[in-house]
Design a protein around this ligand. Structure first.
Ligand code: ATP
Ligand code: MG
Length: 426
């Protein structure tokens, strides 16, 4: 019997994982430079939290959650997104009252979806949540932070910003009535999902990918016409700041976001390079959320980046541009026999202390001298250190520069100084 990964669960092999790491490192550096602090969150929360925060009538809660009873009979859910947990933490630890918070997190999320390119059942997100700031200044900061990340990853030309305002909860309620009234006349022509949403979550219909439904929506009332005055000003303020800062965007009235908690600013960063999975980052403002879970009214804004989709984008580019292979070793230590192997390991330890950024590999296991040298080359090493019987006896080491073939036998004690002097050769 052979075991296989579960459907939609990706195995990240070293090269893929390295791409994820590049993105995460870039994010970590940039988020910190904007004054954001990292948060660690449990993978499991009570099912009730997601029902309350994400909303009963959302795709996530209706059909995508991994929910199970634990041994105590409590209903738990593997986190499908990060905002709920983050808000729960901020509230539980008293981080909200009279304070502002700029937080970020990263890690796996779980959704039972139909797997395809850029859509998995376990996927990684990097998310940001800010509390206590009504915006639109912080909305701008959060968008700038994204823009800087794309810049750092050389993806500025591949990703564009789409913006919308969802107004206040009251304004949206008025709009919802008008939308339902309009759509009621077309009830029989709507797709099944949309028909169901007509009563449960009509705004979600705007997000439909079904052509017949999209056609009906063309003449539907527009949310923009129902916005309250304050939300309009908020949105104008945001757009004006983005204009002066030179951040390009498009206003897209059909962005309503799938989660119940959004109000006012909503946005998506999208790419045309990943087919149907075009959204690489999505977020917005959720001023009513903290209150919804029993806290004091606290403005909030955040987003989540789909790490897997950014990694796909980077991989697609890399294939086009012929990136150089990263060597598996900088220094490869060759030795024969037990005594010499121990010497090799001890010598490698010294080098790792002095050169922590370099990769020092000790040949382990059997292998003739020649086979070991071949390995040194195939690992892309600049230097092979040779420890034959004679070298070990004389406390010497032979340093071979693999690019030129130059080699020199020196005292082991002089190795560090020698390598420092010849740093151009490896
Ligand atoms: P989509 O419309 O693609 O299903 P979503 O609106 O459900 O996305 P969010 O909940 O806003 O997505 O999550 C933020 C980001 O996380 C998305 O823009 C996307 O990049 C990524 N993402 C969401 N679901 C998945 C998934 N199943 N696999 C990979 N990435 C995902
Ligand atoms: Mg989704």
């Amino acid at each position: 019997m052979k075991f296989q990964a579960l459907r939609g669960m990706q195995d990240l092999l070293p090269k893929q994982k390295a791409t994820f790491r590049v993105i995460e490192d870039a994010a970590r550096e940039i988020f910190s430079s904007y004054g954001f602090q990292e948060l660690g969150m449990p993978l499991l929360e009570s099912t009730a939290l997601y029902k309350r925060v994400v909303g009963e009538a959302t795709d996530i809660v209706e059909k995508e959650m991994y929910t199970f009873d634990d041994r105590n009979g409590d209903s738990l859910t593997l986190r499908p997104e990060g905002t709920a947990g983050c808000v729960r933490i901020a509230q539980q630890h008293g981080m909200l009252f009279n304070q502002v918070q700029r937080l970020w997190y990263t890690g796996p999320m779980f959704r039972y979806e139909r797997p395809q390119k850029g859509r998995y059942r376990q996927f990684d997100q990097i998310g940001v949540e800010c509390f206590g700031m009504p915006g639109p200044d912080i909305d701008v900061e959060v968008l700038l932070l994204c823009a800087r990340l794309w810049e750092k990853l050389d993806l500025t030309d591949d990703i564009t910003l789409e913006l919308n305002s969802m107004g206040s909860a009251e304004a949206r309620a008025g709009y919802r009535l008008a939308l339902v009234e309009y759509l009621a006349d077309y009830k029989d022509q709507l797709d099944e999902d949309s028909r169901r949403r007509l009563t449960s979550n009509p705004l979600r219909i705007l997000d439909s990918k079904v052509e017949a439904t999209k056609a009906i929506l063309v003449d539907a009332p527009k949310l923009a016409d129902y916005l309250d005055e304050e939300s309009k000003q908020h949105f104008q303020g945001l757009c004006q700041m983005l204009d002066s800062l030179g951040i390009a965007y498009q206003i897209n009235p059909s962005i309503v976001r799938g989660l119940d908690y959004y109000n006012r600013t909503v946005f998506e960063w999208v790419t045309s390079a990943l087919g149907a999975q075009g959204a690489v980052c999505a977020g917005g403002r959720y001023d009513g959320l903290v209150e919804q879970i029993g806290g004091k009214a606290t403005p909030g804004v955040g987003f989540a980046i789909g790490l897997d989709r950014i990694a796909l984008l980077l991989d697609q580019k890399e294939k086009g541009e012929n990136y150089p292979e990263v060597p598996l070793a900088d220094i490869y230590v060759v030795s024969m026999g037990d005594e010499s192997r121990l010497n090799a390991i001890a010598l490698a330890e010294r080098l790792r202390t002095v050169y922590p950024d370099r990769k020092t590999l000790v040949h382990c296991g059997a292998g003739k001298f020649k086979a070991q040298m071949k390995k040194a080359n195939s690992h892309g090493a600049g230097i092979a250190l040779l420890l034959g019987e004679e070298e070990v006896q004389n406390k010497q080491v032979t340093v071979k520069f693999l690019n030129t073939g130059d080699q020199e036998t020196i005292k082991q004690d002089e190795l560090v100084d020698f390598l420092a002097l010849r740093s151009d050769g490896w």
